[in-house]
Design a protein. Structure first.
Length: 256
């Protein structure tokens, strides 16, 4: 069974705008180290219309930046596919599980992603707010894994229209054979009815559901009792084998 992609951070636009680049390693077992490459694309469609996620942990990536550094070298944005390929070639080898595309919102740069995947042959893992289904269609036949946010409408300032786009994006990926899952960031204020509705909808689509506690630094912003309560509600509508928790270990371990 393949391990989940481990992150490593590129910060990136068709041209692409990059914000930073970091490497994290994780042991799959005693004998093997798994490396993931995370390409962070700067700029977010939700932030642009004043609806950024309150618990976004990459606020610096919501807007495009002028330059980024990889190693001892600075690169001026925007960069083209060949530049990104050159950077990736210095670190990509047989130990790399996948190249993770995150942000900001990576689907803002769907055309760039298509060109990148054509140029750099590898497995790709997309982390997206899932609000751009038309852009998702452009990459759905090319990526391998996708983490799709479903917004907690009890704490996020989004309307029903945006929520429906997230469910549609999930369905697009599943219908294309992408190994996708849905992720909901939850807090003490998350309403039970919201989780019940999301669990029911993702169960109909046939994708796993992950609850991720919101964090402020190392502090988890939901009690264990409340988290378990929300989990109980979710698993009334989705098979237990399709449910999981996710924790931001990089914050708990002060990695970044």
């Amino acid at each position: 069974m393949n391990p989940l992609p481990i992150t490593f951070y590129l910060g990136v636009a068709f041209l692409v705008f990059i914000i930073g680049l970091y490497i994290l390693l994780a042991k799959r077992n005693i004998l093997r180290i798994v490396l993931g490459i995370e390409t962070m694309l700067s700029g977010c469609n939700l932030a642009k219309i004043g609806k950024s996620c309150p618990w976004c942990d990459t606020k610096d990536a919501q807007k495009v930046v002028e330059s980024f550094r990889f190693g001892n070298k600075y690169y001026r944005n925007p960069v083209d596919v060949k530049t990104v390929d050159k950077i990736l070639s210095t670190i990509s080898d047989s130990t790399v599980h996948s190249i993770s595309l995150t942000g900001g919102e990576p689907l803002v740069y769907a055309d760039f992603i298509v060109e990148l995947i054509k140029e750099v042959d590898h497995r790709y893992y997309l982390e997206t707010n899932a609000t751009l289904p038309k852009m998702a269609e452009k990459v759905s036949d090319l990526i391998h894994y996708a983490s799709c946010d479903i917004k907690d409408t009890s704490t996020c300032r989004i309307g029903r229209k945006i929520l429906e786009k997230e469910f549609l994006t999930l369905k697009i990926f599943i219908d294309s054979g992408v190994k996708a899952f849905s992720k909901v960031v939850v807090t003490e204020d998350t309403e039970k009815e919201v989780i019940e509705n999301i669990a029911r909808r993702v169960s109909e689509i046939g994708v796993p559901l992950v609850l991720q506690p919101a964090m402020n630094g190392k502090k988890i912003l939901i009690s264990w009792d409340r988290l378990y309560e929300l989990a109980d509600i979710a698993t009334e509508h989705i098979d237990i084998e399709m449910f999981s928790f996710s924790f931001q270990m990089q914050k708990l371990l002060s990695i970044k």
